[in-house]
Design a protein around this ligand. Structure first.
Ligand SMILES: Nc1nc2c(c(=O)[nH]1)N[C@H]1C(S)=C(S)[C@@H](COP(=O)(O)O)O[C@H]1N2
Ligand SMILES: [Mo]
Length: 322
């Protein structure tokens, strides 16, 4: 019998994670995994390798580090981060790195539309070259109560939005991931609300923190990190940081997010980190730091309160922390 040795960063009992368990349960209830099971699981296990051309933007890395964003916590080693991911398009475990190699990141386009003066479909390499890239060290806190610290490289969302010139007074920015079950077997689960969607208010988007991420660890994004373009919103639970973005829409309608569509009582629109507000099924008071596996107290707004607390002082009657 083959017994796989657990790696030190694997969290006992978290292999079937809360979010993943939720998706699995749903799929089972709907008979999806049973009906189409062998196809889905087979494809996930196989994770065929694709020969990729070298990343056309590789020479832009490493980008200059912005010294304003440093932190009192060690960086998570890349080898840990790159083998412990949430990317449900490629399966419900944390070990999706191999399956994610099916993601084809060129050609790739990002469409910007909705209430905006300059709607545009960008070829990804033009987008990446149109803005100065910078490196920022950010904390990441998954709603499942594990945390990492990552050297992201990217474009401040604010700079991108300013260039696109949304209409005055527009309320929300909506992000969408690709939808292609051929390329992402997880999207074969038919009743999940694919594609993955996320959103921010425009006030949140214009804060200095949200980063349109193009790289990590001093090079272009690995596929499992959500190449070629993902978001990092470090004061919110990790599911807000949408991966592999293909569409950005300015809208006055609050986006219905993927996780909200699955279960709005557990995963809401705001999802600001708060140790005092438990998830309905577990406490958010502490978190496991991947790499060291230390359990440490969770901090309000994941430590970014000085920058973002003011965004919420006038919002009443809403669940801001779930
Ligand atoms: N498209 C897409 N984006 C996604 C997810 C996903 O499943 N699909 N998972 C989210 C969750 S729950 C987390 S914690 C982070 C994980 O990012 P990482 O794997 O780079 O740590 O991505 C977020 N973005
Ligand atoms: Mo997450």
């Amino acid at each position: 019998m083959l017994i796989r040795q657990k790696k030190p960063w694997e969290i006992a009992g978290l292999q079937a994670t809360p979010e993943a368990a939720f998706l699995n349960r749903r799929a089972l209830m709907q008979g999806a995994l049973l009906a189409g099971g062998s196809g889905l699981l087979g494809a996930l296990a196989a994770g065929p390798a694709f020969a990729d051309t070298p990343d056309p933007t590789a020479s832009l890395y490493p980008a200059k580090r912005n010294p304003a964003y440093t932190l009192g916590r060690a960086l998570t080693p890349e080898s840990v981060n790159a083998n412990y991911n949430n990317f449900y398009e490629y399966g419900t475990s944390k070990r999706i790195a191999a399956a994610a190699q099916q993601l084809k990141t060129r050609p790739w386009s990002v469409t910007v539309d909705g209430l905006v003066d300059k709607p545009k479909t960008w070829a990804i390499d033009d987008l990446i070259r149109a803005f100065p890239l910078e490196e920022r060290l950010y904390r990441h806190r998954c709603v499942e109560a594990w945390a990492m610290t990552i050297p992201w490289t990217g474009i401040p969302l604010k700079a991108f939005v300013e260039k696109m010139r949304p209409h005055a007074g527009v309320k929300y920015i909506r992000f969408e991931t690709f939808n292609d079950p051929q390329m992402a077997p997880g999207q074969e689960v038919p009743f999940d609300p694919w594609p993955y969607v996320e959103g921010l208010t425009m006030a949140e988007a214009m804060n200095d923190l949200p980063l349109l991420v193009t790289g990590a660890y001093g090079k272009p994004l690995l596929k499992q990190f959500g190449a070629p373009l993902r978001l990092a919103v470090p004061w919110k639970y990790g599911f807000k940081s949408i991966k592999s973005i293909t569409k950005i829409t300015f809208t006055n309608e609050r986006p219905k997010t993927f996780w909200e569509a699955l279960d709005s009582s557990e995963y809401g629109f705001w999802a600001n980190v708060n140790p005092a507000v438990p998830h309905p099924r577990w406490s958010q008071a502490t978190e496991r730091v991947l790499g060291t596996m230390e359990r440490v107290p969770t901090v309000i707004f994941n430590g970014y309160g000085t920058e973002v607390a003011g965004l919420y002082t006038n919002i009443k009657g809403q669940q801001l922390y779930r």
